[in-house]
Design a binder for this molecule. Structure first.
Ligand code: NAG
Ligand code: NAG
Ligand code: NAG
Length: 390
């Protein structure tokens, strides 16, 4: 830029020297030159400052609305920490945002989980075998002995980046190319399914295991919006393959394509989606056809086998600002990484939104949907949404 500009300055200088007084033009050109250099410098400085802060993009999980900040970096040396007193709770005051009773919140969640897992009348809804589908969901961080079960739409890309850094393939979260995060051949974050049976067993028995959940109906809405309303550039199959298959089977009224009075927008409607999800036995064949894409709407039970693997921690998306630092601490990695700041309110449950989406859904369809997800509601302590069902 500078070089080109200087060339122009000299050329203009020569041309205009013929017309005007040479000295004056020269002076004017030099002034403009230095002005431009100054502006360029400021822009460069600004860019450097901005890129320092906006390097953690949450677009995968929060629909492009959020650019969070991070200071995440992997350090090799442990910082000096106060030694915890023997026989006392781990010091929680390291994180001023976590009330000291957060430990009891987490303990209550695990108690709830365990008690619902034991309830034999819910057995079908809460248990699953630890099959390949589940092992495919679980990522392995051997360096820190952590297993992380991936559940979509709860900020998982960030956790994966954290674990990739911890595994050592990249030294900073910012260095991980976006396309590499989900490329498990190359990102140094293997799936549990890639290991031998005895290696899997050993890790399930000894590693720190966690996953994140959110209100099941909000999760469905989020998946619907993300996969069928927006048009993900790299994911055309949701609109082109999956939506038409669901519509063919679950739309109640099929308009005559020759009927020119039919002005409705093409594409999947939330009511089609709900009817598909509520049809427990009927959706099996479709789901086989949809392959791994179903991870966006099958239950947490099917994704992570929470009653068949004894997880150490279950984070809630609604309280992620408190859960994330707590999980890092419980996993013993809080001195190595931090989770990006979560803007207040963005992960909170929004009843208005849920009501709006369900306003066109019949009670019968809503109840069938609830039956399908009742295991998730009960296991993770989400209240039954009576306002949609009764
Ligand atoms: C088991 O679950 C059913 C259905 O939610 C409930 O009615 C029952 O009280 C539960 N039993 C126990 C022992 O919690
Ligand atoms: C629970 O599972 C058993 C065995 O797989 C099956 O026979 C039964 O119908 C199921 N019950 C419900 C309520 O789905
Ligand atoms: C809740 O959702 C409604 C409807 O989508 C939206 O207008 C509102 O801003 C949301 N509230 C919050 C606190 O995000």
């Amino acid at each position: 830029m500078d070089i080109n500009y200087l060339g122009e300055v000299q050329l203009a200088h020569k041309l205009r020297c013929h017309v005007d007084g040479c000295q004056l033009v020269h002076w004017e050109m030099m002034r403009r030159h230095w002005l431009l250099v100054g502006v360029c410098g400021w822009v460069l400085l600004l860019l450097m400052v901005v890129s320092r802060f906006i390097n953690f993009n949450l677009h995968d999980d929060y629909g492009g609305k959020v650019e969070a900040r991070t200071e995440l970096s992997a350090r090799t040396a442990k910082p000096q920490r106060a030694m915890p007193q023997p026989n006392s709770m781990p010091a929680l005051d390291v994180f001023p945002t976590i009330p000291s009773d957060w430990l009891s919140v987490e303990e209550r969640r695990l108690d709830q989980l365990a008690s619902v897992c034991r309830n034999s009348s819910l057995r079908n809804l809460t248990h699953t075998s630890i099959n390949k589908f589940v092992l495919d969901r679980i990522f392995v961080c051997d360096k820190q002995k952590i297993l992380f079960c991936q559940t979509p739409k709860v900020g998982n890309t960030q956790w994966k980046k954290v674990l990739i850094v911890l595994n050592g393939k990249y030294s900073k979260v910012e260095d991980i190319p976006e396309e590499m995060v989900h490329d498990h051949e190359k990102n140094g974050l293997p799936r549990l399914s890639s290991l031998k049976e005895n290696e899997i067993r050993e890790r399930l028995d000894t590693y720190f295991k966690f996953f994140i959940v959110r209100d099941p109906f909000e999760r469905i809405i989020s998946a619907f919006k993300d996969k069928f309303v927006k048009n993900p550039r790299f994911e055309p199959w949701y609109k082109h393959d999956i939506a038409p298959a669901i519509i063919r089977k679950y739309r109640k009224i099929h308009r005559d394509p020759d009927d020119s009075s039919s002005q409705e927008a093409p594409g999947l409607r939330f009511e089609d989606f709900v009817r598909y999800l509520g049809d427990v036995s009927g959706q099996k064949r479709l789901n086989r056809q949809f392959g791994p894409h179903v991870i966006h709407w099958v239950t947490y039970v099917e994704l992570c086998a929470p009653c068949d693997i004894s997880y150490n921690m279950v984070g809630h998306h609604e309280t992620l600002d408190r859960d994330a630092p707590y999980i890092l601490k419980a996993a013993g990695i809080e001195h190595l990484v931090s989770y990006p700041t979560i803007p207040p309110g963005i992960t909170a449950y929004n009843r208005t939104k849920v009501e709006r989406y369900f306003s066109g859904i019949s009670r019968r369809d809503a109840r069938r949907l609830y039956e399908r997800f009742q295991g998730d509601f009960n296991l993770f302590g989400y209240p039954r949404p009576d306002f949609l069902l009764d």
